[in-house]
Design a protein around this ligand. Structure first.
Ligand SMILES: *Cc1c(COP(=O)(O)O)cnc(C)c1O
Length: 389
């Protein structure tokens, strides 16, 4: 049976793709070695430097974000190298598993999955490594499984305070272009991202932004790699081309996404996300439910993970909301499966999209007989009214 109206894809990635980007992708495929391609290549490569807030090279892979995780590790490290990773949630854990499969030797700082990486704990761990055997610190900027961000500028300060030479590798797959991210200013060495979250594109592109120090490390790294290798990419990119076939049509979409972000202004994009995140928390509070993130300065602008009362199955609630309100919400992953649902408020979202989503959730809470107070939508509306940009 047909479902009328627009589906609300409010998972924390993939995020809804704006019509402008869909139109931009809907083009005949072009010759990626032809004379016209370089203009598109240069446009997206320099455009992405602006989005990462860097003057350093940005590499674009035809892969999901996981590929760019792997690329960051294989280009900079040697087999058996020690890494320090912070288990802020499911994605940080997956990255650690990937590092182990590559023959790296990660040690893990554990958390309760309700906060970002703690700069003080990182500083202590790096100070204790007096022989500087840790070659890289890996942190997830926006932990999509918990709705907690890590304060990357403070993490960099902690590394500097410990006077430790490890590379700083940051997963901003779901953070970039929704949450402020400053590659150069924050002294990040490799940033990892993907197309299907803040960049508002379909899945299929991933990114590495690379510092001079990371490029220098890649000269002596020895983990076998070919497809992910930076040097051939950077050489071909200088002329606007790629060493193998890029996702031509997604690059059309990427050029459009970069234009859209710049037309709005990155500062305004970040402010919009912070405001929607705060409005969402107003709704959650009014419902009498609890947000997964417990640290005020670490609430994610990208998504809100909401804990359900004991005895309630969050996945059942999500399926009621999908069936009754045609609204998709994110599920709880691994440790928090069934305990949380995740509201995506990233990418191309405005006040009424958010309010529609929250209305769907409030209806779902009622229909699934989850103990709560009504009035969440009103609380969010009041907040949005009082904070119009
Ligand atoms: C989505 C996501 C990933 C995984 O990216 P894929 O594109 O699914 O490979 C990794 N880390 C974070 C923080 C994410 O949000």
């Amino acid at each position: 049976m047909r479902t009328a109206g627009r589906h609300f894809l409010q998972i924390p990635g993939p995020s809804p793709v704006p019509d402008r980007i869909l139109r931009a992708i809907d083009m005949p495929v072009i010759d990626h070695r032809g004379p016209g391609f370089a203009a598109l290549g240069h446009r997206v490569l320099t455009g992405m430097q602006g989005i990462f807030q860097t003057k350093q090279p940005v590499i674009i892979y035809p892969s999901s974000g996981t590929g760019a995780w792997e690329a960051a590790l294989v280009n900079t490290l040697c087999q058996g190298d020690k890494l320090l990773m912070v288990e802020t949630g499911h994605f940080a854990f997956l990255w650690q598993q990937l590092a182990e499969k590559l023959g790296l030797n990660p040690s893990l700082i554990e958390t309760d999955w309700r906060r970002g990486a703690d700069p003080d704990v990182i500083e202590a761990a790096l100070r204790a490594d007096t022989s500087h055997s840790i070659k890289a610190l890996c942190v997830v900027h926006n932990e999509t499984s918990t709705g907690c961000t890590s304060r990357i500028a403070d993490v960099r300060r902690a590394m500097d305070a410990a006077n430790h030479p490890a590379l700083l590798l940051v997963d901003t797959i779901s953070g970039l272009a929704s949450a402020d991210f400053r590659f150069d200013e924050w002294g990040v060495d490799v940033a990892i991202s993907g197309s299907q979250k803040g960049l508002m594109l379909p899945p299929g592109l991933s990114f590495n932004a690379v510092s001079e120090k990371a490029i220098a490390a890649s000269q002596s790294a020895n983990i076998p790699n070919s497809y992910w290798g930076w040097s051939e990419m950077i050489e071909a990119n200088k002329r606007g081309y790629f060493p193998y076939t890029p996702s031509t049509n997604l690059l059309f979409g990427l050029a459009e996404a970069i234009d859209m972000l710049n037309e709005e202004g990155l500062e305004n994009v970040f402010a919009r996300h912070l405001r929607h995140s705060a409005a969402t928390r107003k709704a959650v509070e009014a419902w009498g439910l609890e947000v997964q993130c417990t640290v005020e300065s670490e609430h994610s602008p990208v998504l809100t993970a909401v804990r359900v009362p004991d005895g309630v199955d969050a996945d059942n609630l999500r399926s009621v909301i999908l069936a009754e309100c045609d609204t998709s919400l994110g599920n709880g992953l691994s440790k928090v499966q069934g305990r949380v649902f995740r509201i995506g408020h990233l990418g191309d979202i405005n006040d009424v999209t958010l309010l529609g989503t929250l209305a769907g959730i409030e209806m779902g809470l009622h229909l699934a007989k989850v103990a709560h107070q009504s009035g969440g939508v009103t609380a969010a509306t009041d907040y949005l009214k009082s904070t119009r940009l």
